[in-house]
Design a protein around this ligand. Structure first.
Ligand code: IFM
Length: 482
């Protein structure tokens, strides 16, 4: 590893080491993970909601002139999706959106975070707007408003139009401009009613898993794409925020980042793992937060970004936002690996750690840690928790309806949220992931995160125990003790 801590070679090795991560054992013991709260009562204006994404739920991939996306292409490649499935039906929410909205209202929730499929609005990513695609989202927005639910629309949740990918995707600078045009088309049509926008969802995941590891669409494995993809997504976000504000001055605009504390495997004593964890922190967390909130990139990214950042870009990227969306599931562990050329690789959670279905540590203290980072390192911006939740154990079996484990996961993470608020974090809401068991990207239907189960033959929806639990929390604003 060079003196910059992480470089192209280093990240390449991290990618290679990814698959082996689960089998490596940590050498420190799991520490305490729970937060303590002074009061279990959330403020009366705290926003309770649920989050979904277009590709994972809508189905109807060619309806009303929708163009192909990179996930339509990727899911059909042999061996890419764990259960060989595709999202052609998913939760059928393009057609059954009104039922979904009824379920959200039935849970007493006042906000719905969904994403729009760029290729429904602009089938080839740029150029002519498809009015029929916008009609669908207008119907969805109106259905929410009619039930007193605030719609929060994410503009990009990984389903890039294939036509743009054919021209280089996010590694091409022009995609940033097309993204702003798409944002303007949406706001121009419905910004009079749709007041909450989220520009990007978890761009770090899309960049690393889609362009470096090849495990997500577009399925590329090229470390040289890390810099341009990161920068053009940041640039596109800046241009889109400008376009949204130009369309309607009263919009509330945020971005959603997958924040993870990056911890050296083996704990603080394993000081040799620290440069690796700082490197991951730079490209995973700070390459998105720093340019947006400070107008700079972390120095550890210099090697990747060389030649891609033009004069004036960082001014465009640094736009005022109304809230920072934080998605949190688990901390990341990183270790020095002398067997790899770069000496870095993913590490394992500490021994004895409680693990989720993905083999990651269930650790609410990681959420507290990223919220503290946002508070202390980034000027304490308003935050919305835009995703948090857990999956059933993986498999093709039926969903677990009596899912007390999910309510416990949510309760423990909500305690971390409340505790952070008591320490000064400006957190305005919490969206759980997700409403209905849906299509979980490269692992298909084997993972189930929903408050509601779905029969994939009939489409019939069955609320789980966690649905009633979350309703109780959302309608009273009070966290139960167990
Ligand atoms: O399903 C995903 C979502 O699309 C992005 N955030 C994490 C979720 C669970 O893995």
């Amino acid at each position: 590893m060079g003196d910059k801590g992480i470089n192209r070679r280093a990240l390449g090795a991290l990618a290679v080491g990814g698959a082996a991560a689960a089998s490596l054992s940590g050498c420190e013991r799991a520490g305490p993970t729970e937060a303590t709260v002074k009061s279990r009562q959330f403020p009366s204006d705290f926003v309770w909601g649920v989050a979904t994404a277009a590709f994972q739920t809508e189905g109807s991939p060619t309806a009303d002139g929708r163009g192909a996306t990179i996930w339509d292409t990727f899911e059909k490649l042999p061996g890419k999706i764990k259960d060989g499935s595709n999202a052609d039906v998913a939760t059928d929410s393009y057609r059954r959106y009104a039922e979904d909205v009824d379920l959200i209202a039935g849970a007493g929730l006042k906000a719905f975070r969904f994403s729009m499929a760029w290729s429904r609005v602009l089938p080839t990513g740029s150029g002519t707007v498809n009015a029929a695609g916008l009609d669908h989202y207008e119907r969805l927005v109106d259905a929410c408003l009619a039930k007193g639910i605030a719609p929060y629309a994410t503009l990009f949740h990984w389903d890039l139009p294939q036509a743009l990918q054919d021209k280089g995707g996010w590694s091409a600078r022009d995609t940033a401009k097309s993204f702003a045009d798409y944002a303007a088309a949406v706001a121009g049509r419905m910004g009079d009613r749709l007041k909450h926008f989220i520009t990007l969802n978890e761009p770090a995941v899309h960049t690393v898993f889609g362009h470096v590891l090849g495990e997500h669409a577009p399925g590329l494995k090229d470390i040289a794409l890390l810099g341009p993809t990161t920068h053009h997504m940041n640039l596109g976000q800046g241009l889109a925020i400008q376009a949204l504000r130009a369309a309607h001055g009263d919009l509330k605009i945020g971005t959603t980042q997958a924040l993870q504390p990056c911890r050296p495997a083996g704990g603080a004593a394993a000081f040799w793992n620290r440069p690796a964890s700082s490197g991951l922190d730079a490209l995973w967390n700070r390459a998105w937060l720093d340019p947006l909130l400070k107008g700079t990139y972390p120095g550890l990214m210099d090697d990747f970004l060389k030649g891609h950042v033009r004069d004036g870009d960082l001014k465009t990227v640094r736009q005022p936002i109304d809230f920072l969306g934080v998605n949190y599931y688990a901390p990341a562990y990183v270790k020095l690996d002398l067997a790899s050329p770069s000496h870095i690789a993913p590490g394992a959670p500490p021994k004895g750690a409680e693990l989720d279905a993905f083999g990651r540590q269930i650790d609410p203290s990681g959420l507290a840690e990223v919220l503290k980072m946002v508070r202390d390192d980034y000027g304490n911006p308003p935050v919305m928790i835009t995703e948090n939740g857990c999956s059933d154990p993986f498999g093709n079996g039926p969903a677990v309806i009596d899912d007390g484990f999910r309510s416990q996961y949510l309760r423990r993470h909500l305690e971390a949220v409340k505790s952070a608020m008591e320490s000064g974090s400006r957190i305005g809401g919490y969206f759980t992931w997700t409403l209905i068991d849906n299509w979980e990207w490269d692992i298909g239907y084997t993972s189930k995160f929903g408050l509601v189960a779905m029969d994939r033959t009939t489409g019939v929806r069955t609320p789980k125990a966690s649905y009633a639990w979350f309703r109780q929390v959302a309608t009273t604003g009070t966290l139960p003790t167990a």
